[in-house]
Design a binder for this molecule. Structure first.
Ligand SMILES: NC(=O)C1=CN([C@@H]2O[C@H](COP(=O)(O)OP(=O)(O)OC[C@H]3O[C@@H](n4cnc5c(N)ncnc54)[C@H](OP(=O)(O)O)[C@@H]3O)[C@@H](O)[C@H]2O)C=CC1
Ligand SMILES: O=C(O)CCC(=O)C(=O)O
Length: 476
Protein backbone atom coordinates (compact mmCIF):
# COMPACT_ATOMS: atom_id res chain seq x y z
CA UNK A 1 0.00 0.00 0.00
CA UNK A 2 1.32 3.43 -0.95
CA UNK A 3 0.67 5.94 1.82
CA UNK A 4 0.10 9.69 2.02
CA UNK A 5 3.01 11.91 2.98
CA UNK A 6 1.99 14.20 5.84
CA UNK A 7 4.21 16.22 8.18
CA UNK A 8 7.24 14.19 7.11
CA UNK A 9 5.58 10.79 7.74
CA UNK A 10 4.05 8.15 5.49
CA UNK A 11 0.49 7.71 6.71
CA UNK A 12 -2.18 5.28 5.59
CA UNK A 13 -5.76 6.51 5.16
CA UNK A 14 -8.92 4.45 5.21
CA UNK A 15 -9.89 3.86 1.58
CA UNK A 16 -7.89 2.45 -1.30
CA UNK A 17 -7.45 3.30 -4.96
CA UNK A 18 -6.40 0.52 -7.31
CA UNK A 19 -4.32 2.10 -10.04
CA UNK A 20 -5.19 0.28 -13.29
CA UNK A 21 -3.09 0.27 -16.46
CA UNK A 22 -5.33 1.53 -19.30
CA UNK A 23 -3.29 -0.50 -21.82
CA UNK A 24 -3.92 -3.71 -19.87
CA UNK A 25 -6.71 -3.68 -17.33
CA UNK A 26 -5.40 -6.89 -15.73
CA UNK A 27 -2.28 -4.97 -14.66
CA UNK A 28 -2.66 -3.24 -11.28
CA UNK A 29 0.07 -0.60 -11.19
CA UNK A 30 -0.26 -0.24 -7.44
CA UNK A 31 -2.60 0.22 -4.53
CA UNK A 32 -2.82 3.70 -3.01
CA UNK A 33 -4.39 4.93 0.15
CA UNK A 34 -7.03 7.67 0.35
CA UNK A 35 -6.61 10.43 2.91
CA UNK A 36 -9.26 10.87 5.58
CA UNK A 37 -10.60 14.33 6.30
CA UNK A 38 -8.65 14.41 9.55
CA UNK A 39 -5.47 13.59 7.63
CA UNK A 40 -6.15 16.47 5.22
CA UNK A 41 -6.52 18.62 8.31
CA UNK A 42 -3.18 17.30 9.63
CA UNK A 43 -1.48 18.02 6.30
CA UNK A 44 -2.74 21.59 6.22
CA UNK A 45 -1.79 22.11 9.86
CA UNK A 46 1.70 20.76 9.16
CA UNK A 47 2.06 23.00 6.12
CA UNK A 48 0.92 26.00 8.15
CA UNK A 49 3.35 25.21 10.97
CA UNK A 50 6.25 24.73 8.56
CA UNK A 51 5.59 27.90 6.56
CA UNK A 52 7.42 30.53 8.65
CA UNK A 53 10.69 28.59 8.88
CA UNK A 54 10.57 27.49 5.23
CA UNK A 55 9.83 31.05 4.13
CA UNK A 56 12.92 32.17 6.05
CA UNK A 57 15.36 29.70 4.49
CA UNK A 58 17.81 31.22 2.08
CA UNK A 59 17.06 31.07 -1.61
CA UNK A 60 20.22 29.03 -2.04
CA UNK A 61 19.06 26.36 0.43
CA UNK A 62 15.79 25.98 -1.46
CA UNK A 63 17.58 26.07 -4.80
CA UNK A 64 19.92 23.24 -3.77
CA UNK A 65 17.00 21.02 -2.72
CA UNK A 66 15.01 21.70 -5.90
CA UNK A 67 18.08 21.09 -8.00
CA UNK A 68 18.66 17.73 -6.31
CA UNK A 69 15.00 16.74 -6.85
CA UNK A 70 15.22 17.72 -10.53
CA UNK A 71 18.48 15.84 -10.96
CA UNK A 72 16.98 12.65 -9.53
CA UNK A 73 13.91 12.97 -11.75
CA UNK A 74 16.11 13.30 -14.81
CA UNK A 75 18.41 10.44 -13.79
CA UNK A 76 15.35 8.17 -13.31
CA UNK A 77 13.42 9.36 -16.36
CA UNK A 78 13.24 5.93 -17.99
CA UNK A 79 11.86 4.21 -14.88
CA UNK A 80 9.46 7.07 -14.09
CA UNK A 81 8.43 7.28 -17.74
CA UNK A 82 7.51 3.61 -17.61
CA UNK A 83 5.41 4.17 -14.49
CA UNK A 84 3.67 7.12 -16.16
CA UNK A 85 3.01 5.17 -19.37
CA UNK A 86 1.61 2.31 -17.29
CA UNK A 87 -0.76 4.39 -15.20
CA UNK A 88 -1.88 7.04 -17.69
CA UNK A 89 -1.39 5.40 -21.09
CA UNK A 90 0.97 7.87 -22.80
CA UNK A 91 3.45 6.15 -25.08
CA UNK A 92 6.77 5.30 -23.48
CA UNK A 93 8.53 8.00 -25.52
CA UNK A 94 6.02 10.68 -24.48
CA UNK A 95 6.05 9.53 -20.87
CA UNK A 96 9.84 9.45 -20.63
CA UNK A 97 9.90 12.93 -22.15
CA UNK A 98 7.44 14.08 -19.50
CA UNK A 99 9.60 12.66 -16.68
CA UNK A 100 12.58 14.54 -18.10
CA UNK A 101 10.44 17.65 -18.43
CA UNK A 102 9.43 17.41 -14.75
CA UNK A 103 13.11 17.26 -13.80
CA UNK A 104 14.03 20.27 -15.91
CA UNK A 105 11.13 22.19 -14.36
CA UNK A 106 12.55 21.60 -10.86
CA UNK A 107 15.99 22.66 -12.04
CA UNK A 108 14.58 25.77 -13.72
CA UNK A 109 12.81 26.84 -10.53
CA UNK A 110 15.92 26.08 -8.47
CA UNK A 111 17.55 28.86 -10.44
CA UNK A 112 14.46 31.06 -10.27
CA UNK A 113 14.57 30.88 -6.44
CA UNK A 114 17.83 32.81 -6.42
CA UNK A 115 16.76 35.19 -9.18
CA UNK A 116 13.64 36.54 -7.46
CA UNK A 117 13.86 40.32 -7.63
CA UNK A 118 12.41 43.29 -5.88
CA UNK A 119 12.44 46.99 -6.68
CA UNK A 120 13.79 50.10 -5.11
CA UNK A 121 11.86 53.18 -6.20
CA UNK A 122 12.96 56.84 -6.11
CA UNK A 123 12.01 58.78 -2.98
CA UNK A 124 8.96 61.02 -3.29
CA UNK A 125 9.05 62.13 0.33
CA UNK A 126 12.47 63.39 1.44
CA UNK A 127 14.25 60.75 3.52
CA UNK A 128 11.66 58.01 2.91
CA UNK A 129 12.98 54.94 1.06
CA UNK A 130 10.53 52.88 -1.00
CA UNK A 131 11.24 49.17 -1.48
CA UNK A 132 9.10 46.49 -3.08
CA UNK A 133 9.71 42.85 -2.21
CA UNK A 134 8.00 39.56 -2.96
CA UNK A 135 7.10 37.27 -0.06
CA UNK A 136 5.69 33.72 0.03
CA UNK A 137 1.90 33.43 -0.02
CA UNK A 138 1.85 30.72 2.69
CA UNK A 139 0.15 27.33 2.37
CA UNK A 140 -0.79 26.51 -1.23
CA UNK A 141 -3.21 23.77 -2.25
CA UNK A 142 -2.41 22.11 -5.57
CA UNK A 143 -5.14 20.12 -7.33
CA UNK A 144 -3.94 18.36 -10.45
CA UNK A 145 -5.48 16.32 -13.31
CA UNK A 146 -4.61 12.92 -14.72
CA UNK A 147 -3.32 13.86 -18.16
CA UNK A 148 0.16 15.11 -17.17
CA UNK A 149 0.77 13.21 -13.91
CA UNK A 150 4.38 14.36 -13.48
CA UNK A 151 4.72 17.62 -15.42
CA UNK A 152 1.68 19.44 -14.01
CA UNK A 153 2.43 18.64 -10.33
CA UNK A 154 6.05 19.61 -11.07
CA UNK A 155 5.17 22.98 -12.55
CA UNK A 156 3.07 23.80 -9.52
CA UNK A 157 5.20 22.27 -6.71
CA UNK A 158 8.56 23.62 -7.94
CA UNK A 159 7.67 27.34 -8.03
CA UNK A 160 5.63 27.01 -4.83
CA UNK A 161 8.66 25.66 -2.93
CA UNK A 162 11.18 27.86 -4.75
CA UNK A 163 9.47 31.02 -3.54
CA UNK A 164 9.10 29.82 0.06
CA UNK A 165 5.56 28.43 0.21
CA UNK A 166 4.46 25.14 1.75
CA UNK A 167 2.36 22.67 -0.22
CA UNK A 168 -0.55 20.26 0.05
CA UNK A 169 -0.87 18.30 -3.21
CA UNK A 170 -4.07 16.45 -4.24
CA UNK A 171 -3.33 14.51 -7.44
CA UNK A 172 -6.05 13.01 -9.64
CA UNK A 173 -7.29 9.69 -8.34
CA UNK A 174 -6.61 8.01 -11.68
CA UNK A 175 -2.85 8.64 -11.44
CA UNK A 176 -1.60 8.49 -7.85
CA UNK A 177 1.56 6.58 -8.85
CA UNK A 178 3.50 9.48 -10.33
CA UNK A 179 2.47 11.81 -7.50
CA UNK A 180 3.60 9.24 -4.95
CA UNK A 181 6.95 8.81 -6.76
CA UNK A 182 7.39 12.59 -6.76
CA UNK A 183 6.61 12.75 -3.03
CA UNK A 184 9.10 9.95 -2.38
CA UNK A 185 11.83 11.91 -4.22
CA UNK A 186 10.95 15.19 -2.49
CA UNK A 187 11.02 13.45 0.91
CA UNK A 188 14.63 12.37 0.38
CA UNK A 189 16.25 15.70 -0.50
CA UNK A 190 16.19 17.63 2.75
CA UNK A 191 12.80 19.31 2.44
CA UNK A 192 11.73 19.77 6.10
CA UNK A 193 8.63 17.96 7.48
CA UNK A 194 5.37 19.74 6.66
CA UNK A 195 6.80 21.75 3.76
CA UNK A 196 5.47 19.29 1.20
CA UNK A 197 2.46 17.05 1.85
CA UNK A 198 0.72 14.52 -0.37
CA UNK A 199 -2.95 13.75 0.26
CA UNK A 200 -4.43 11.28 -2.20
CA UNK A 201 -8.11 10.56 -2.67
CA UNK A 202 -11.25 11.85 -4.34
CA UNK A 203 -11.58 15.42 -5.54
CA UNK A 204 -15.01 15.83 -4.02
CA UNK A 205 -13.66 14.78 -0.61
CA UNK A 206 -9.94 15.53 -0.30
CA UNK A 207 -9.88 18.30 -2.93
CA UNK A 208 -12.95 19.98 -1.48
CA UNK A 209 -11.48 19.89 2.05
CA UNK A 210 -8.33 21.66 0.83
CA UNK A 211 -10.41 24.19 -1.06
CA UNK A 212 -12.59 25.07 1.89
CA UNK A 213 -9.84 25.38 4.50
CA UNK A 214 -9.10 29.01 5.44
CA UNK A 215 -5.48 28.14 6.26
CA UNK A 216 -4.86 27.41 2.56
CA UNK A 217 -4.00 30.83 1.18
CA UNK A 218 -3.87 29.95 -2.50
CA UNK A 219 -5.21 27.23 -4.79
CA UNK A 220 -3.71 26.24 -8.13
CA UNK A 221 -5.94 23.95 -10.17
CA UNK A 222 -5.75 22.24 -13.55
CA UNK A 223 -8.68 20.20 -14.82
CA UNK A 224 -12.09 20.50 -16.39
CA UNK A 225 -14.02 23.73 -16.81
CA UNK A 226 -16.92 22.33 -14.78
CA UNK A 227 -14.74 21.59 -11.74
CA UNK A 228 -12.90 24.88 -12.28
CA UNK A 229 -16.13 26.82 -11.79
CA UNK A 230 -16.71 25.05 -8.47
CA UNK A 231 -13.14 25.78 -7.42
CA UNK A 232 -13.54 29.46 -8.30
CA UNK A 233 -16.76 29.75 -6.30
CA UNK A 234 -15.21 28.09 -3.24
CA UNK A 235 -12.09 30.27 -3.47
CA UNK A 236 -14.11 33.46 -3.91
CA UNK A 237 -16.30 32.65 -0.90
CA UNK A 238 -13.27 32.95 1.33
CA UNK A 239 -11.19 35.30 -0.91
CA UNK A 240 -8.37 32.78 -1.45
CA UNK A 241 -5.92 33.46 -4.24
CA UNK A 242 -6.76 31.16 -7.14
CA UNK A 243 -5.23 30.15 -10.44
CA UNK A 244 -7.02 27.79 -12.81
CA UNK A 245 -6.06 26.11 -16.03
CA UNK A 246 -9.06 24.48 -17.66
CA UNK A 247 -10.19 23.25 -21.02
CA UNK A 248 -9.62 24.28 -24.60
CA UNK A 249 -11.25 23.98 -28.00
CA UNK A 250 -8.10 24.96 -29.77
CA UNK A 251 -8.10 25.87 -33.45
CA UNK A 252 -5.38 25.12 -35.97
CA UNK A 253 -5.83 27.25 -39.09
CA UNK A 254 -4.44 25.87 -42.35
CA UNK A 255 -4.26 28.40 -45.16
CA UNK A 256 -3.95 27.63 -48.87
CA UNK A 257 -0.27 28.68 -48.86
CA UNK A 258 0.71 26.30 -46.01
CA UNK A 259 3.35 23.63 -46.50
CA UNK A 260 1.07 20.58 -46.68
CA UNK A 261 3.43 18.11 -44.97
CA UNK A 262 4.08 20.50 -42.14
CA UNK A 263 0.38 21.26 -41.72
CA UNK A 264 -0.38 17.53 -41.51
CA UNK A 265 2.45 17.06 -38.98
CA UNK A 266 1.10 19.88 -36.84
CA UNK A 267 -2.45 18.59 -37.03
CA UNK A 268 -1.58 14.96 -36.29
CA UNK A 269 0.70 15.85 -33.38
CA UNK A 270 -1.63 18.47 -31.97
CA UNK A 271 -4.85 16.51 -32.38
CA UNK A 272 -3.86 12.93 -31.69
CA UNK A 273 -0.58 12.60 -29.80
CA UNK A 274 -0.98 11.88 -26.10
CA UNK A 275 -4.27 10.36 -27.31
CA UNK A 276 -5.63 13.90 -27.73
CA UNK A 277 -5.86 14.19 -23.94
CA UNK A 278 -4.31 17.62 -23.69
CA UNK A 279 -5.94 20.92 -22.92
CA UNK A 280 -3.81 22.37 -25.73
CA UNK A 281 -4.93 19.74 -28.30
CA UNK A 282 -6.00 20.99 -31.75
CA UNK A 283 -9.59 19.85 -31.83
CA UNK A 284 -10.74 22.24 -34.59
CA UNK A 285 -8.86 22.17 -37.91
CA UNK A 286 -9.95 25.27 -39.83
CA UNK A 287 -8.92 24.70 -43.44
CA UNK A 288 -9.06 27.05 -46.43
CA UNK A 289 -10.89 25.79 -49.51
CA UNK A 290 -7.89 25.64 -51.88
CA UNK A 291 -5.97 23.15 -49.70
CA UNK A 292 -8.93 21.43 -48.02
CA UNK A 293 -9.25 18.27 -50.11
CA UNK A 294 -5.48 17.69 -50.30
CA UNK A 295 -5.20 18.24 -46.56
CA UNK A 296 -8.00 15.80 -45.70
CA UNK A 297 -6.57 13.19 -48.04
CA UNK A 298 -3.04 13.59 -46.60
CA UNK A 299 -4.44 13.39 -43.06
CA UNK A 300 -6.15 10.09 -43.87
CA UNK A 301 -2.93 8.70 -45.31
CA UNK A 302 -0.94 9.80 -42.24
CA UNK A 303 -3.59 8.46 -39.88
CA UNK A 304 -3.40 5.07 -41.64
CA UNK A 305 0.23 4.88 -40.55
CA UNK A 306 -0.45 5.59 -36.86
CA UNK A 307 -0.30 2.55 -34.61
CA UNK A 308 -2.68 2.64 -31.64
CA UNK A 309 -1.58 0.03 -29.14
CA UNK A 310 -0.17 -0.75 -25.68
CA UNK A 311 1.70 2.35 -24.46
CA UNK A 312 4.70 0.24 -23.44
CA UNK A 313 5.28 -1.34 -26.85
CA UNK A 314 7.93 0.13 -29.14
CA UNK A 315 6.25 1.32 -32.32
CA UNK A 316 3.09 2.56 -30.61
CA UNK A 317 2.21 6.09 -31.75
CA UNK A 318 -1.05 6.47 -29.85
CA UNK A 319 -1.64 4.89 -26.46
CA UNK A 320 -5.02 3.96 -25.00
CA UNK A 321 -7.63 6.36 -23.69
CA UNK A 322 -7.19 6.87 -19.94
CA UNK A 323 -10.26 4.94 -18.74
CA UNK A 324 -13.64 3.51 -19.65
CA UNK A 325 -15.46 6.74 -18.81
CA UNK A 326 -13.29 8.83 -21.13
CA UNK A 327 -13.63 6.18 -23.86
CA UNK A 328 -17.40 6.37 -23.52
CA UNK A 329 -17.20 10.19 -23.71
CA UNK A 330 -15.23 9.96 -26.97
CA UNK A 331 -17.76 7.56 -28.44
CA UNK A 332 -20.66 9.73 -27.32
CA UNK A 333 -19.14 12.66 -29.20
CA UNK A 334 -18.77 10.56 -32.35
CA UNK A 335 -22.50 9.90 -32.23
CA UNK A 336 -23.25 13.56 -31.47
CA UNK A 337 -21.07 14.67 -34.40
CA UNK A 338 -22.75 12.28 -36.83
CA UNK A 339 -26.22 13.27 -35.61
CA UNK A 340 -25.35 16.92 -36.22
CA UNK A 341 -24.33 16.18 -39.82
CA UNK A 342 -20.55 15.86 -39.61
CA UNK A 343 -18.91 13.12 -41.69
CA UNK A 344 -16.56 10.70 -39.94
CA UNK A 345 -13.89 10.15 -42.60
CA UNK A 346 -11.39 8.19 -40.54
CA UNK A 347 -11.04 6.20 -37.30
CA UNK A 348 -13.21 6.47 -34.24
CA UNK A 349 -13.29 2.73 -33.62
CA UNK A 350 -12.77 0.70 -30.48
CA UNK A 351 -9.78 -1.52 -31.20
CA UNK A 352 -8.83 -4.94 -29.87
CA UNK A 353 -5.19 -5.52 -29.06
CA UNK A 354 -3.19 -8.30 -27.38
CA UNK A 355 -3.94 -6.80 -23.99
CA UNK A 356 -7.35 -5.69 -22.80
CA UNK A 357 -7.22 -1.87 -22.81
CA UNK A 358 -9.19 1.23 -23.80
CA UNK A 359 -8.06 1.41 -27.42
CA UNK A 360 -9.69 3.94 -29.72
CA UNK A 361 -8.43 4.94 -33.16
CA UNK A 362 -7.92 8.68 -33.80
CA UNK A 363 -11.00 10.13 -35.47
CA UNK A 364 -11.38 12.81 -38.14
CA UNK A 365 -14.65 14.58 -38.89
CA UNK A 366 -15.19 16.72 -41.99
CA UNK A 367 -18.18 18.85 -43.07
CA UNK A 368 -18.22 20.47 -39.66
CA UNK A 369 -19.79 23.75 -38.77
CA UNK A 370 -18.40 25.72 -35.85
CA UNK A 371 -21.80 25.73 -34.16
CA UNK A 372 -21.79 21.92 -33.77
CA UNK A 373 -21.20 20.53 -30.29
CA UNK A 374 -18.09 18.69 -31.53
CA UNK A 375 -16.68 22.13 -32.39
CA UNK A 376 -17.73 23.81 -29.15
CA UNK A 377 -17.27 21.29 -26.33
CA UNK A 378 -13.99 19.83 -25.12
CA UNK A 379 -13.96 16.12 -26.02
CA UNK A 380 -10.53 15.42 -24.51
CA UNK A 381 -9.84 12.56 -26.88
CA UNK A 382 -8.20 11.94 -30.27
CA UNK A 383 -11.05 13.51 -32.23
CA UNK A 384 -10.55 16.43 -34.64
CA UNK A 385 -13.17 18.35 -36.60
CA UNK A 386 -12.34 19.91 -39.99
CA UNK A 387 -14.12 23.20 -40.71
CA UNK A 388 -13.95 24.52 -44.28
CA UNK A 389 -13.45 28.28 -44.76
CA UNK A 390 -12.99 30.55 -47.77
CA UNK A 391 -10.57 33.16 -46.50
CA UNK A 392 -8.05 34.05 -43.80
CA UNK A 393 -10.54 36.53 -42.34
CA UNK A 394 -13.21 33.84 -42.02
CA UNK A 395 -10.65 31.44 -40.50
CA UNK A 396 -9.69 33.98 -37.83
CA UNK A 397 -13.32 34.70 -37.00
CA UNK A 398 -14.08 30.98 -36.63
CA UNK A 399 -10.91 30.43 -34.58
CA UNK A 400 -11.99 33.11 -32.10
CA UNK A 401 -15.64 32.01 -32.04
CA UNK A 402 -15.36 29.85 -28.92
CA UNK A 403 -15.82 30.26 -25.21
CA UNK A 404 -12.29 28.94 -24.71
CA UNK A 405 -8.95 30.69 -25.34
CA UNK A 406 -5.99 28.50 -24.47
CA UNK A 407 -3.99 27.88 -27.65
CA UNK A 408 -4.37 28.57 -31.37
CA UNK A 409 -2.12 27.86 -34.33
CA UNK A 410 -1.77 28.81 -37.97
CA UNK A 411 0.05 27.04 -40.78
CA UNK A 412 0.93 29.48 -43.51
CA UNK A 413 3.81 30.78 -45.62
CA UNK A 414 2.50 34.33 -45.31
CA UNK A 415 4.31 36.60 -42.87
CA UNK A 416 1.40 39.01 -43.12
CA UNK A 417 -1.20 36.46 -42.03
CA UNK A 418 1.08 34.87 -39.42
CA UNK A 419 1.78 38.25 -37.85
CA UNK A 420 -1.87 39.27 -37.91
CA UNK A 421 -2.95 35.93 -36.41
CA UNK A 422 -0.37 36.17 -33.61
CA UNK A 423 -1.86 39.52 -32.63
CA UNK A 424 -5.55 38.79 -33.15
CA UNK A 425 -5.96 35.21 -31.84
CA UNK A 426 -7.83 35.50 -28.52
CA UNK A 427 -5.67 32.98 -26.68
CA UNK A 428 -2.78 32.74 -24.25
CA UNK A 429 -0.59 30.58 -26.51
CA UNK A 430 -0.28 31.11 -30.25
CA UNK A 431 1.80 29.06 -32.68
CA UNK A 432 2.91 29.56 -36.27
CA UNK A 433 3.75 26.41 -38.24
CA UNK A 434 3.99 24.50 -34.93
CA UNK A 435 1.45 22.25 -33.16
CA UNK A 436 -0.91 23.99 -30.74
CA UNK A 437 0.15 21.51 -28.03
CA UNK A 438 3.53 21.13 -26.34
CA UNK A 439 4.65 24.00 -24.14
CA UNK A 440 8.20 24.92 -23.07
CA UNK A 441 8.82 25.14 -19.33
CA UNK A 442 10.58 28.52 -19.43
CA UNK A 443 7.66 30.36 -21.08
CA UNK A 444 4.38 31.60 -19.63
CA UNK A 445 1.56 29.04 -19.89
CA UNK A 446 -2.14 29.83 -19.70
CA UNK A 447 -5.10 31.15 -21.63
CA UNK A 448 -7.96 33.59 -21.84
CA UNK A 449 -11.75 33.48 -21.69
CA UNK A 450 -13.10 30.16 -20.32
CA UNK A 451 -9.72 28.40 -20.44
CA UNK A 452 -7.90 30.04 -17.58
CA UNK A 453 -8.34 32.24 -14.59
CA UNK A 454 -5.69 34.05 -12.59
CA UNK A 455 -2.06 34.65 -13.38
CA UNK A 456 0.08 32.54 -15.69
CA UNK A 457 1.91 29.34 -14.78
CA UNK A 458 5.51 28.40 -15.66
CA UNK A 459 8.53 30.42 -16.63
CA UNK A 460 9.38 33.57 -14.76
CA UNK A 461 5.65 34.42 -14.77
CA UNK A 462 4.95 31.77 -12.10
CA UNK A 463 6.31 34.14 -9.43
CA UNK A 464 3.17 36.25 -9.76
CA UNK A 465 0.98 33.52 -8.27
CA UNK A 466 3.40 32.03 -5.75
CA UNK A 467 4.46 35.34 -4.19
CA UNK A 468 2.72 38.35 -2.74
CA UNK A 469 4.06 41.86 -3.19
CA UNK A 470 4.97 44.04 -0.22
CA UNK A 471 5.72 47.75 -0.43
CA UNK A 472 7.88 49.16 2.39
CA UNK A 473 8.38 52.87 3.25
CA UNK A 474 11.39 53.43 5.51
CA UNK A 475 12.66 56.62 7.10
CA UNK A 476 16.03 55.48 8.43
N1 LIG B 1 -7.82 20.98 -19.30
C1 LIG B 1 -7.18 20.01 -18.73
O1 LIG B 1 -5.99 20.09 -18.53
C2 LIG B 1 -7.93 18.84 -18.31
C3 LIG B 1 -9.25 18.69 -18.66
N2 LIG B 1 -9.92 17.59 -18.28
C4 LIG B 1 -11.33 17.47 -18.70
O2 LIG B 1 -12.07 17.10 -17.59
C5 LIG B 1 -12.83 15.91 -17.86
C6 LIG B 1 -12.94 15.10 -16.63
O3 LIG B 1 -11.65 14.79 -16.13
P1 LIG B 1 -11.39 14.82 -14.60
O4 LIG B 1 -10.05 14.30 -14.26
O5 LIG B 1 -12.55 14.16 -13.92
O6 LIG B 1 -11.35 16.39 -14.36
P2 LIG B 1 -11.70 17.15 -13.06
O7 LIG B 1 -11.74 18.58 -13.35
O8 LIG B 1 -12.88 16.53 -12.44
O9 LIG B 1 -10.44 16.79 -12.13
C7 LIG B 1 -9.28 17.58 -11.98
C8 LIG B 1 -8.82 17.51 -10.52
O10 LIG B 1 -9.80 18.16 -9.69
C9 LIG B 1 -10.21 17.25 -8.67
N3 LIG B 1 -11.57 17.56 -8.27
C10 LIG B 1 -12.74 17.09 -8.78
N4 LIG B 1 -13.78 17.61 -8.12
C11 LIG B 1 -13.29 18.42 -7.16
C12 LIG B 1 -13.87 19.24 -6.14
N5 LIG B 1 -15.19 19.34 -5.98
N6 LIG B 1 -13.06 19.93 -5.33
C13 LIG B 1 -11.73 19.87 -5.47
N7 LIG B 1 -11.11 19.09 -6.40
C14 LIG B 1 -11.88 18.39 -7.25
C15 LIG B 1 -10.02 15.89 -9.31
O11 LIG B 1 -10.00 14.86 -8.37
P3 LIG B 1 -10.30 13.31 -8.75
O12 LIG B 1 -10.40 13.20 -10.21
O13 LIG B 1 -9.14 12.62 -8.20
O14 LIG B 1 -11.55 12.93 -8.05
C16 LIG B 1 -8.70 16.08 -10.00
O15 LIG B 1 -7.63 16.01 -9.08
C17 LIG B 1 -12.06 15.26 -18.98
O16 LIG B 1 -12.85 14.43 -19.71
C18 LIG B 1 -11.59 16.44 -19.72
O17 LIG B 1 -12.61 16.89 -20.57
C19 LIG B 1 -9.31 16.63 -17.52
C20 LIG B 1 -8.01 16.72 -17.17
C21 LIG B 1 -7.22 17.84 -17.56
O1 LIG C 1 0.73 20.84 -24.20
C1 LIG C 1 1.38 20.75 -23.16
O2 LIG C 1 2.57 20.49 -23.14
C2 LIG C 1 0.72 20.99 -21.84
C3 LIG C 1 -0.74 20.69 -21.95
C4 LIG C 1 -1.42 20.71 -20.64
O3 LIG C 1 -1.01 21.30 -19.70
C5 LIG C 1 -2.66 19.97 -20.49
O4 LIG C 1 -3.12 19.36 -21.44
O5 LIG C 1 -3.18 19.93 -19.37
Amino acid sequence: MHANYIAGHWVEGDGITRNINPSDTSDVVGVYTQATLSQVDDAIAAAEAAAPAWGSTTALQRADMLDAIGTELIARKDELGRLLAREEGKTLAEATGEAWRAGTIFRFFAAEAVRLRGDRLPQLRPGVDVDITREPVGVVGLITPWNFPLAIPAWKIAPALAFGNTVVLKPAELVPGCAWALADIISRHGVPPGVFNLTMGRGTVVGQAILDDPRVAAISFTGSAATGKRIAEAAMRRLAKVQMEMGGKNPLVILDDADLDRAVDCAVQGSFFSTGQRCTASSRLIVQRGIHDRFVSAMKTRMDSLRTDNALLPGTDIGPVVDARQLQQNEDYLRIGRDEGATLVHGGERLRRDTDGFYFSPALFTDCDNSMRVCREEIFGPVAAVILVDSYEEALAVANDTEYGLSAGICTGSLKHATHFKRQAQVGLVTVNCPTAGADHHAAFGGRKGSSYGSREQGTYAAEFYTTVKTAYTAP
